[in-house]
Design a protein around this ligand. Structure first.
Ligand code: FDA
Length: 308
């Protein structure tokens, strides 16, 4: 099985440094990453808005090691929010709490997050906390609830591969929180997560139905046509208007499906990552679809062969 190998490789910090200097991998990352600078990312946001889609911008980075790095990441997000407003584009932001210092303590991450969410609130913008591996879920949700008491422009992510997610979704619905539903991108043991795709998908449908029926503008984030059809069918059966939820997809994946949904009248938001810290993100995307790895390896081989 390639998936566990690729996910493990995504966590190797030595490989992270090596990969980021490899020109071939770097050019391959461009399929999934909007560029290394904010300027390049804003160009992609503008182009995506022109396709009638909104965006969530992610400045790549996770598991920072020092308080200074965590503070700098929060400052970067404040700058991004200012630039989104200045450029007049339609985008919110997504971030990871380990990027804001969760490994250094809950209060470090909380204070940094509060700064970003405050700045977003000034411009009537929104911040989504991505969900990382299962060891972080309790602390991520605790920080979310703590800040959500005073800041409503904050949302979170729930992963359908976790057994606990049904209870988490019920509580988030009760609180009126905005939830992005995903299948989950990390390697999790059978003690906490479904291992078979069929079970992950079945739970995705259960959670989607809860969120569509009673949630606050949920985001159904998937490229899986079966999950998208299930959502459209459930909404149609229940008379839930398309304006009450949105679909989300990742930059560079299933552009055809993105366009098809917009044409059919659905709200679609594209998750657009940018920055130099693309290695773990790229490896998770490869793990989801090993064909991507073959594509990358094919290109690496072509580059390595002497030209004739
Ligand atoms: P699934 O993996 O079953 O794939 C269905 C089909 O989609 C595939 O057959 C293929 O056609 C296409 N596809 C999927 N992945 C592809 C890829 N990498 N390259 C090319 N085609 C691909 N996870 C997490 O743990 N925490 C988070 O915060 C987020 N956030 C997030 C935001 C958004 C907007 C999206 C769309 C996804 C996430 N994820 C995430 C990732 C998520 O958990 C999941 O790993 C991926 O979305 C892949 O799962 P699918 O639902 O697409 O289905």
């Amino acid at each position: 099985m390639l998936r566990p190998v690729l996910i493990r490789l995504s966590q190797e910090s030595r490989l992270r440094t090596l990969a980021s200097h490899n020109p071939v991998l770097r050019s391959m990352a461009r399929r999934f990453v909007a560029g290394e600078t904010l300027e390049e990312a804003i160009d992609v946001v503008r182009a995506t808005n022109a396709r009638d889609m909104t965006v969530t911008l992610d400045h790549l980075g996770e598991n920072v090691q020092t308080a200074a790095q965590a503070r700098a990441a929060a400052e970067d997000y404040c700058g991004m929010l200012a630039e989104i407003t200045r450029a007049g584009v339609t985008s919110n932001v997504s971030l990871k709490l380990t990027q804001l210092g969760l490994d250094l303590g809950d209060d470090v991450a909380y204070e940094n997050l509060r700064r970003v969410v405050d700045v977003a609130a000034q411009d009537d913008n929104f911040v989504r906390i991505d969900m990382e591996n299962s060891e972080y879920v309790d602390r991520t949700l605790a920080i979310f609830y703590r800040l959500f008491e005073t800041h409503r422009n904050l949302g979170v992510v729930i992963q359908s591969y976790l057994y606990r997610s049904e209870a988490d979704v019920a509580r988030l619905i009760e609180a009126g929180a905005r939830v992005r539903l995903v299948k989950g991108a990390y390697l999790e043991p059978a003690t906490v997560a479904y291992q078979d795709k069929a079970d992950v998908d079945r739970n995705f449908v259960v959670l989607m139905e809860m969120l569509l029926a009673r949630g606050n503008y949920p985001a159904i984030a998937t490229h899986d046509p079966a999950m998208i059809d299930a959502t459209r069918n459930f909404a149609a059966q229940q008379g839930i208007e398309a304006s009450r939820y949105e679909f989300q997809m990742l930059y560079g994946i299933r552009r055809d499906l993105q366009t098809e949904l917009v044409r059919a009248g659905y709200n679609v938001r594209i998750y657009v990552p940018f920055g130099t810290e693309w290695y773990p993100y790229l490896m998770r995307r490869m793990a989801e679809r090993p064909a991507n790895l073959m594509f990358v390896l094919g290109n690496v081989a072509r580059e390595a062969l002497p030209s004739r």
